[in-house]
Design a protein around this ligand. Structure first.
Ligand code: SF4
Length: 124
C-alpha cells in the first residue's frame, strides 16, 4: 500500500493519499479552499484472489517456501536481482499454493508470485 501523506496539507498540495474518508474530505475541502488541483490517489484495495491466497497459506500444513523462517532466504522473493528471482521462482515449484499465488500475482509489478517474476508475468 502507498504511504499515507495527508500531513502535507499544511505545507503544500500535490499528490496526496488519504488514510480515511475523513482524510479524503479534508483534502477536498483544503483543495477547494486553496482553489488548487489535488490529485488524490486512493490505495488499491486487496484483490479477492489475494485474500483467498492468504487463507490458503494460513491453512497449509506443507511448507510454503517464501514463508521460510530465514529472512535472508525470504528476501529472494522481493529481490530486484535476476539471479535471486530465478532461485525464488525455482523454489515456488514445490509450493502447495502455486496456482492460487500465480492468480493473485497477476498485475503485480514487483516480486516473485507463483513461480513467475515480473517479466514472465507480463509475457503471460
Ligand atoms: S508460489 Fe507464491 S506462496 Fe508459494 S512460494 Fe512462491 S511466492 Fe510463495
Amino acid at each position: 500500500m502507498s504511504p499515507v501523506r495527508t500531513s502535507v496539507i499544511g505545507a503544500r498540495l500535490g499528490n496526496c493519499v488519504p488514510s480515511s474518508r475523513e482524510g479524503l474530505a479534508t483534502l477536498q475541502r483544503e483543495a477547494k479552499r486553496r482553489e488548487a488541483a489535488v490529485r488524490v490517489i486512493l490505495p488499491k484495495p486487496p484483490s479477492p484472489s489475494l485474500g483467498v491466497l492468504l487463507e490458503a497459506i494460513e491453512a497449509c500444513t506443507e511448507p510454503v517456501p517464501c514463508r521460510d523462517p530465514d529472512p535472508e532466504y525470504r528476501s529472494l522473493w522481493t529481490s530486484e536481482e535476476r539471479w535471486a528471482q530465478s532461485l525464488a521462482a525455482d523454489a515456488c515449484r514445490s509450493c502447495p499454493v502455486l496456482l492460487l499465488c500465480r492468480k493473485a500475482g497477476r498485475g503485480e509489478v514487483a516480486g516473485v508470485w507463483g513461480g513467475q517474476h515480473r517479466i514472465r508475468r507480463a509475457a503471460a
